[in-house]
Each structure stands twice: as C-alpha cells, then as structure tokens.
Design a protein around this ligand. Structure first.
Ligand code: CUK
Ligand code: CUA
Ligand code: CA
Length: 636
C-alpha cells in the first residue's frame, strides 16, 4: 500500500517487496524514469507534470483491423465527451468519429440548446454546460438492447438519456439534494429498470448555510433512477462519499467505491485511512423499505430517501485499499474488481457471496477472494470474456493483462504468475473498455485504453493537448497496440457495442415524441404541418409554419412587425435518407437541423426592421445556396 507521507517510497526495496516479478520490473522502470516521485497523489502529480521519455510504440498494421473506404465498422463506440458535454459515436476498429450527440452543451450545427424541442428536454434555465463521464447502454438479461444510452453530468448533478434509434438526447433529470453525479451504470438483469447514479460530494442537509462547519453531519447519496420515466425512484444515504459504481447479473445488487471514508474535506484527510470501502446496495431491500414507507423526504423534493449508513439492512461496507476508484463486474457476473488507485492492488469480490453477507452468515471481507498487486495506480478494469482482465495503471502508464482465476489461486498461497502481460500506453490511462465487455456477450476482440495525456504522440496544438485513445487488439494471447486516436477533453469512459445491437431510423417517424409539443401547438393553430406554409399571428407572437423540400422552403418570404417574438416551425418533407436541411436566420442567433420527416422550431426576437435573410445551412442539393428566403420586418 502506498503511504503518501512516506518520503522514502520511491526507493522500493524490491527484494523485500511481495510484488511479483512484473510489478518489480515495472516499478524499477517507473522509478528510473521519474526520480521526483514522493508517492501517493504527489506521485501522480509529479508524473503528470514531469517529462516522460518519448516512447516509440510500433503499431502493428494488420489487415484485419483495416476498415477500407466504403467499408463499415464492426462496432459502435459511445464516447463520453467529458467536460465538453456531448457524447460521441465512433466506429471501431477504424476509430473514425461517426456522430456527435449534444447533451449538456450547445451545438450550433443541430441547434441543440437553441431549438424549442431541445429546450423542452433541457428544461427552463438549464445550465448549458456539463461534465460527462460514464455512457452506458440499457440492457435486457445482461445484453445490450440498443434502446437507450445514459450519461452522467458531474458538473450539474444530472443524468441524461439518449435514444438509440435517433441518437438524440430525449430526457434529462437533475438529481435533487446532491452534488456531482459521478459513477453511473445500469441494472443489467432482468432489464434496465434502474440507472444507478452516485452523487460524489458530501454536503450538509439541509444545505441552508447554518450548518456548514458540521462536516461530520455531511452526507451524500446513491440514486436509483427509473430508466423509462427518468424520475429519481429513491435515494440512499451513505457513509463516506461515492466514486464509481457497477451492478451484478442477478439484478439484486449494485455497488460503489468510496475514496473518502474519512469524510475529509481536504486531500491529505481523504488519504488518511489505509482502507476505504465498497458499499453494496441491496436493491430488493431498498425497494421494500420504500414500499413500506420507511423513508424520509428532503426539502424541495418528494423522492423517498432511505438510510443506508453503516449498520443499515440495506447496505454492507467492505473495506478496500486505498482510495479505490473503478469497480467493474466481469462478464456473466461471477466476480467484480475494485481498483486500488493509491494501492497497487485490485480487490476481487465473489458476487455469489453477497447473499450470505446480507444474511449475516459471513463478514464483509469474506466476499473478497483475491487482493493482488498489479502495478502503480490501478484505476479501471475491463474483461475479455475468456477469464482475463485488463487493468489500467495510471502511474505506470500501462495496461496490465491478468488472469482472474490465477490471481485467486495466488491469493490462496499457490505460486502462480497471474500477470500475463504489461503493455505501455501513452500516457497515464484512466478508463479502459473491451468490446461488449460489460455484458454477457463480451467477445474479447478489442480493448480501448483512454489516456489522459498525449505528450509527444501528435502534432502540437498549443499548450492544451489532445488526449490519446488507443486501440489494442486483444484477440490473441498478446495485447497489440494498433491505433492512436486523439480526443478532445475528456473521454473518461466509453463503451463498445456490436453493430448488430444498434438499430437506427433512416427518417423520423412523423409521430416522434421529440416534436410532439410542436405538433400539438400546430394543431391548435389549425395547421397541418405536412402541407401548410402559413403565418399565424397571436398578439406579438408570430408563428411561421413552413415545409421544406430540397431546395425549397415552403415560404420564400414572410412579414412580421418589429418587436415580434417569432417562432419558425419547419417540417422537412424530404423522404430521402441523408437529406437534412437546416434553418439559419442571419444575425438573429438562430439555427437548427431539420432531418427528413422531422419537425423543428426555433424562437427569436425580430428586433431590427428591414430585410433579414434566412438560409439552409445543411448542404442538401445542388441548389443548396439558393435555398433561402426573406424575413421582412416592418416598423412597429
Ligand atoms: S472516472 Cu475519469 S478516469 Cu469519472 Cu470513471 Cu476513472
Ligand atoms: Cu436545404 Cu441546404
Ligand atoms: Ca481514503
């Protein structure tokens, strides 16, 4: 275990160390390359700031991984856009970016954050920024079902849902009485009834400014959101804070890591204990407690809040070394692995033991079947479905491939080398992810390792660097690095889904709920969206309805009065796949996408008299430039 106060830490006596040969070797390399380390968080800082030796990794170029022009990728990748606020869709193995899905940000190409339809999803006065970390797809019986992708917003304590069929955000929920939703996973079995969302930061309750010094009284909560309604179904008060989370394959349990069992409000304080914990949540008992009315509510919300602090029947706390970060369930659900971060170890839990633990037949630590060293700074683990695990080592800048069953045997005293390979990655990996690896269908084809630093790997673009998402072939015995992918801030996490699981629409359904409110408004105005191009005046509110068919808008011009609030509603009648139009009103801050068979609307103020041109901003036709019209604003 790393003691951050131990100034002698870098001089590890490898003779005395219990570490395996692999760990000793990687430590020697690591220590040789960064002499300024003082251990713990300081070590991370030093490594981050320090110059790394340029490392030449020879990429293997295998025809198997090449996706030629016109060929389609085998997998969809859903990438967190980090504090950029969006979700990105990549194709794998090409690592080509296929689409960007705006979520917590504003996007001028699609009008997300500008259109009335997107504002309805975002809510009144919604913050137009976010910090995404964990995109995860809904499942049925432990397999991806393609229906939804969920993503957290740490910056504004929200959870969003993206529809798999149109790849647009359709719901966003702000979690009440919490700060910073971080870890997010879905219930895998029998289906995704709940999204599990950790609130990270402990805070006073009520947070009314009168009890800010009562740090001991602070708490945070584990949240279950209903995946269909996106309502917060219940909240569970916990001891410590919460970091990452995952769920099992019975539907009975979810579990979250905690790095701050100390309840500290500063960094040294949160590293005081040698062990923090994993909190295990008993979903059936939480549901039963809510049903039986054994809950409280907190100010400003009617969400049932149950108490899961130590001693509660709803939870169990398993001590885990030290400031653990990722928690990852192996495909099929026999094991879960907690990643030690400030300890060079991973902790393996046997999930079948959780029943006995909740029946008080065993002690919390009896659920641990292995706790073995891998290297420095283990953060996240992925699986290939063949019994191997892949753990990112942040400080060592490596991915460690290890055999879970062998690690268990080693832990039980057998002399067996559980570490199979260590591969350099560039540099400082956080999350990693295997194809289909968080489901029963883990296929062990590719591993993506998401590096926080790219250093010397790409052409420089000023002081701010891209991150580096590396693709690794794990189909054979040896991991092979096959691609470097620069990425903008900051894809903490991603997921890879076989393309057979994703079914997208070519055109919008005219009954699509994303524009149901607009359709209802049109109906009230006596408008048939599919045929009418017409101006409706309602006091100083003017609604301009028009159709679009490449390369024409239904209205070549419309007239309003200065000071009018103008809403332009466009229905794209094109039925040809890929013929999206746009609408931009020049100098009015208004632009949006209108894809085939979609209705979209945008509202702005006509505050300047005279002629104002509008135009189509998605290239749609040879006469795309000519697809334009005039707004005539008369003096009031
Ligand atoms: S966290 Cu960023 S590397 Cu938010 Cu899942 Cu681990
Ligand atoms: Cu319509 Cu460009
Ligand atoms: Ca701690």
């Amino acid at each position: 275990m790393i003691d951050p106060k131990d100034k002698n830490l870098p001089v590890i006596d490898t003779e005395d160390s219990q570490a395996s040969e692999h760990v000793k070797l990687s430590r020697r390399l690591f220590l040789g390359g960064s002499a300024a380390l003082v251990g713990g968080a300081a070590a991370m800082g030093a490594t981050m700031g320090g110059a790394l030796m340029p490392s030449v990794a020879h990429a293997s170029t295998d025809a198997k991984h090449t996706v030629g022009p016109g060929e389609l990728d085998e997998y969809y990748g859903f990438w967190s856009g980090g504090h950029q606020g969006e979700v990105r869709v990549l194709g794998l193995p090409s690592m080509r970016e296929l689409m960007r899905i705006p979520v917590f940000n504003v996007d001028s190409a699609t009008g997300w954050g500008l259109t009335n339809e997107s504002k309805e999803v975002l809510g009144e006065n919604a913050p137009l920024n976010g910090d995404c970390h964990h995109p995860h797809m809904s499942m049925t019986d432990g397999q991806y079902d393609g229906k939804y992708i969920f993503i957290n917003d740490k910056a504004n304590t929200r959870v969003a849902r993206i529809r798999g069929d149109i790849m647009k955000t359709d719901k966003i929920t702000t979690v009440p009485n919490c700060q910073a939703i971080h870890g997010l996973r879905v219930q895998k079995v029998p289906y995704t009834k709940y999204i599990f969302a950790n609130a990270e930061f402990r805070m006073p309750h009520p947070n009314n400014g009168l009890n800010m010094d009562d740090v001991e009284g602070y708490y945070t909560m584990f949240n279950g959101l209903d995946a269909e309604s996106m309502d917060v179904a219940w909240q569970v008060i916990v001891d410590g804070n919460l970091d990452n989370t995952d769920a099992d394959y019975t539907g009975k349990y979810a579990f979250s890591t905690c790095y701050n069992s100390e309840g500290a409000i500063d960094l040294p304080g949160s590293m005081r204990n040698e062990r923090d914990h994993l909190v295990i949540f008993n979903i059936e008992r939480i549901e039963a407690a809510v049903k039986a009315g054994k809950f409280i509510t907190l100010p400003g919300s009617d969400v049932p809040v149950v108490d899961g602090r130590k001693g509660s029947e709803l939870t169990r706390y398993v001590p885990v070394p030290k400031n653990p970060h990722g928690i990852n369930t192996a495909p099929g659900g026999k094991y879960a692995v907690a990643n030690g971060k400030l300890s060079p170890t991973v902790t393996v839990f046997e999930l079948a033991k959780f029943d006995e633990l909740f029946a008080d037949k065993i002690q919390p630590r009896d659920t641990v079947v292995a706790e073995v060293e891998l290297g420095l700074g283990p953060l996240h683990t992925a699986f290939d479905g063949r019994g191997n695990a892949f753990t990112t080592l942040f400080i060592d800048s490596q991915v460690c491939k290890w055999d879970v069953e062998k690690a268990i045997r080693f832990y039980n005293g057998e002399k067996v080398d559980y570490i199979l390979q260590k591969l350099d990655v560039h540099y400082q990996p956080g999350h990693n992810h295997t194809t289909m690896g968080e489901t029963r269908d883990a296929d062990g084809q590719y591993l993506v390792s998401l590096q926080k630093f790219s250093k010397d790997r790409f052409l420089k673009c000023g002081p701010l660097h891209a991150e580096n998402d590396q693709l690794i072939d794990i189909s054979g015995d040896e991991m092979k690095l096959i691609h470097d992918g620069p990425a903008f801030a900051e894809p903490h996490d991603c997921m890879m889904v076989h393309r057979s699981k994703v079914k997208t629409r070519k055109l919008y359904d005219r009954k699509d709920p994303t524009f149901a409110t607009t359709v209802a408004m049109a109906k009230k105005d006596g408008i048939t969206l599919e045929t009418d191009s017409k101006v409706i005046r309602d006091g100083n509110k003017v609604r301009v309805y028009m159709t679009s068919v490449a390369p024409n808008y239904g209205l070549n011009e419309f007239t309003v009065k200065q000071g009018d609030e103008v809403t332009v509603i466009i229905t794209n009648l094109d039925e040809i796949e890929d013929v999206s139009h746009g609408f931009c009103m020049v100098n009015h801050g208004a632009q949006m996408e209108i894809s085939p068979q979609q209705t979209a609307s945008i509202t702005f103020k006509a505050d300047q008299v005279g002629v104002h041109w509008y135009y189509c901003n998605w290239f749609c036709h040879a006469l795309h430039m000519e697809m334009r019209g005039r707004m005539l604003v008369e003096p009031a």
